[in-house]
Design a protein around this ligand. Structure first.
Ligand code: APR
Ligand code: ZN
Ligand code: ZN
Length: 369
């Protein structure tokens, strides 16, 4: 099991309709400090869709997916903390572990991380296609594949009692939402909160807000169905988005929320966020907008009303610390996550899963292997 192996993977080659092809790909063995993980579950996340819609450019062909959990099946030389058979969640932001930011506990701010270039930290890839051309794992993970190779530090061991489907989501949407609440906004008990966008990331924010004791928790979406799911995840109110959103939120939060989260990635809703919070409140940008788009904000809301805008990259997560914490909260029942999974699909149904997301139908499809 230590040589190059063949795996089936969902590959994007730049198709104008955003279609993926399930192909046989070659995966080289883990190098020094790397592990090969047999993927058991891979979430279908909004960030992948940005690539399929041509909003973000990545090297092609791309092995898509970045939200994964599985079992370590081979370890490279020098690997010390992981062994064959360990259950792991993959962290997609693969920081260098050596620079000042990494040393300061801010791996998400590492300038040396090569995840956005779809390369491992050493600047190479373990992938090639049937013709021998290099393949590029999206965000250095390429989760929609039977197996992947990642650095040891990007595979975080977790309690085997966490189901793989739930574990995969902790690697991106759930981790991002939890981190935005706990690490970025540092929400305290009894603070009021509003969450704009109740998809996978928004619902994860809502369940973390409930864990933190926030109240009320106002969920906003354009879909009635998503609002019903938001209430089930712990929101106290569901509000349809629209023109008079600020006044409706003000009514529910006694003049404006203490903290607001944007979990869609639309510059219009990002611009609206400061109007939903009270003077001195925090507006947290979680959703990722298309490359190059500008957010227009009235400067007086910040300079005079003392509102703060907080940028959230990967929820400010320190994966080795936060993934096991999230897993413990899930296992204790304090952080219910099962409801986030709306469909389990096979790898060959990956295009249907993205279509369902485009139609706004499913909170989260998870590919199971
Ligand atoms: N107002 C309110 N809600 C809206 C609006 C709007 N104008 N437009 C879309 N929505 C809702 C959708 O109905 C959906 O429920 O926003 C939600 C977005 O959820 P998903 O498409 O499931 O996306 P998700 O995976 O949650 O990711 C959201 O976070 O990490 C980033 O890259 C990711 O930018 C993406 C964002
Ligand atoms: Zn670093
Ligand atoms: Zn994601």
């Amino acid at each position: 099991m230590t040589g190059t192996i063949d795996v089936s993977a969902a590959v994007f080659r730049g198709d104008a309709e955003g279609r993926l092809s399930v192909e046989r790909m070659r995966l080289d063995p883990p190098s020094h400090g790397e592990v090969r993980v047999r993927v058991r579950a891979a979430g279908v996340c909004g960030s992948d869709r940005h690539v399929l819609e041509g909003e973000w450019q990545v090297p092609l062909p791309a092995i898509m997916g970045h939200e994964a959990a599985g079992v370590v099946e081979a370890v490279g030389a020098g690997v010390q903390s992981l062994g064959v058979g360990d259950h792991v969640i993959i962290a997609w932001h693969q920081a260098c572990q050596r620079c000042g930011e990494c040393a300061a506990g801010k791996p998400w701010a590492c300038l040396l991380a090569k995840s956005n270039d779809s390369l491992l930290p050493d600047g190479t890839t373990r992938w090639s296609d049937a013709q021998g051309a290099a393949g590029y794992p999206y965000l250095a993970v390429g989760a929609m594949s039977e197996a992947i190779v990642v650095p040891e530090f990007a595979a975080i061991r977790i309690d085997e009692r966490v189901p793989f489907e739930v574990a995969s989501l902790i690697g991106c949407s759930v981790g991002t939402g939890y981190g935005a609440v706990v690490n970025n906004a540092r929400v305290e008990a009894s603070e009021s909160a509003v969450v704009v966008g109740s998809g996978g990331v928004g619902l994860s924010i809502i369940s973390a807000l409930r864990l933190a004791g926030a109240t009320p928790i106002v969920a906003v979406d354009v879909s009635e169905e998503k609002l019903r799911e938001a209430l089930a995840a712990g929101a106290t109110h569901g509000v349809l988005g629209g023109e008079d959103l600020a006044s409706r939120v003000a009514d529910l939060t006694d003049g404006g929320a203490d903290v607001a989260f944007e979990a869609i990635g639309r510059v219009q809703t990002m611009a609206q966020l400061p109007s939903l919070i009270r003077p001195g409140g925090r507006a947290v940008f979680v959703g990722l907008p298309p490359e190059g788009q500008k957010v227009e904000i009235d400067g007086l809301l910040l300079a005079y009303e003392g509102k703060t805008i907080i940028g959230s990259n990967y929820g400010g997560l320190v994966p080795a610390r936060d993934f096991p914490r999230i897993a413990r909260a899930y296992l204790s029942g304090a952080l219910p996550l099962d409801g986030l999974i709306s469909a389990r699909v096979g790898l060959d149904e990956v295009n249907e899963a993205f279509d369902a997301m485009r139609r706004g139908e499913r909170t989260r499809s998870v590919i199971v292997f």
